[in-house]
Design a protein around this ligand. Structure first.
Ligand SMILES: [Zn+2]
Length: 374
């Protein structure tokens, strides 16, 4: 028995198409309009040329009286017609070939630990990068990159249910940089990791990581202003600090506009004497706020002791609490806790390291001296 070779046609649309093309008149309309939607539903043969075609064939239209319709290509070939060299009715339709190719690319993306590059994907399926990108998007609705991100996002979602920390989930899902994950996490999760875990309450805090002469810098801001400037060596540690400082907040990766704010803060950290022309969102107890306000009144290039600060806020016996408030400061440099030294003038602990404290003070002393000379 001859096997039925109609290839993978959706049952619903097939039934519809059968109705539509049941009559030869309807089929003839499909041929005249080169209706690609009718491809695979029937074939037409032209007596004068001896070839058979798909309805969408771009070849010159035949005269109606020379055209015959066949339900499948076997019937057309059994009647003695050859496949047209132009529309190649004996091969899978181009759309089907593309679908198969793109499915192959999707599998490559899903199987890879690191998202393959556009070049790697295009090479693997034998297409030019441009063509591959276009076809991929046409079929899947997203770019290969977005597909890879979404796929890893799916893994993050699974990991978040199993691991204790957001950071661990990110690594387990194959993201090699926290910053990059957070930058794309809103699209991936539909909400940020923290919000995802907390079930959705809290303030929105945008943040981004950057580099400055003191190492890695994390800048975070609410609608009201800069709420954190953190310094360190490891991006992970800074993100963890931010999460610890604002446990109920929704952390969002910064967008392009935010990068400018980060650049401004980095510029300020490099030259603190110039001041930071940005609003701060200072959150703390009333006592902490008093200490931090007093710190902001210490000019660049000078230092004061914890005792000085305690006296300035009218609580001369609260030296220990002053030291604690300095240690709790989340806005490095802009709230210059680095300008507070021990009562004997020795540099004491600094949340972000004594070396950074020394660098900052040296920098400020030089800058103020330079400023005096000009
Ligand atoms: Zn043809």
């Amino acid at each position: 028995m001859k096997k039925n070779a109609i290839v993978s046609v959706d049952a619903g649309s097939s039934a519809l198409a059968t109705l539509e093309h049941a009559g030869d008149a309807a089929r003839w309309v499909a041929v005249q309009t080169k209706d690609a939607g009718a491809d695979g539903q029937f074939y037409y043969a032209v007596r004068t040329t001896g070839v058979y075609c798909r309805p969408s064939c771009a070849s010159r239209p035949a005269r109606r009286e020379n055209v015959l319709f066949y339900d499948n290509r076997e019937e057309a070939e059994a009647a003695g017609f050859r496949p047209c060299k132009r529309c190649k009715p004996d091969q899978a339709a181009l759309a089907e070939q593309y679908a198969a190719t793109i499915a192959q690319a999707c599998k490559l993306i899903e199987a890879a630990e690191q998202a393959p590059s556009l070049t790697q994907l295009a090479d693997a399926v034998g297409m030019s990068q441009y063509h591959f990108h276009r076809i991929f998007k046409a079929i899947t609705g997203v770019t290969p990159k977005a597909y890879a991100t979404a796929h890893r996002g799916k893994r993050v979602r699974q990991e978040l249910g199993r691991t204790d920390t957001v950071t661990q989930a990110i690594y387990d899902a194959g993201f090699n940089s926290n910053g990059r994950f957070y930058a794309s996490s809103t699209q991936v999760l539909g909400m940020t990791p923290s919000r995802f875990r907390a079930g959705g309450a809290g303030t929105e805090i945008r943040f981004a990581l950057g580099e400055c002469s003191l190492g890695t810098i994390l800048v975070a801001a609410t609608e009201q202003g800069v709420c954190a400037i953190l310094l360190g060596n490891e991006p992970d540690t800074l993100i963890a600090q931010l999460q610890d400082s604002f446990p109920r907040a929704v952390l969002l990766g910064g967008d392009t506009g935010f990068e400018q704010l980060v650049a401004q803060v980095v510029g300020f950290v490099e030259a603190p004497a110039l001041g930071l022309d940005l609003p701060l969102d200072v959150r703390g107890t009333a006592f902490q706020q008093r200490v931090w306000q007093a710190l902001r009144e210490i000019p660049a290039g000078t230092t004061v002791s914890y005792r000085d600060v305690a006296e300035r806020i009218g609580a001369p016996k609260a030296m220990r609490a002053v030291a604690q408030a300095c240690a709790a400061n989340k806005i490095a440099v802009a709230i210059p806790c680095h300008r507070v030294v021990r009562n004997d003038g020795v540099l004491s602990g600094y949340r972000w390291g004594v070396e950074r404290k020394r660098s900052l003070l040296d920098k400020e002393t030089r800058q103020v001296a330079d400023g005096d000379r000009t």
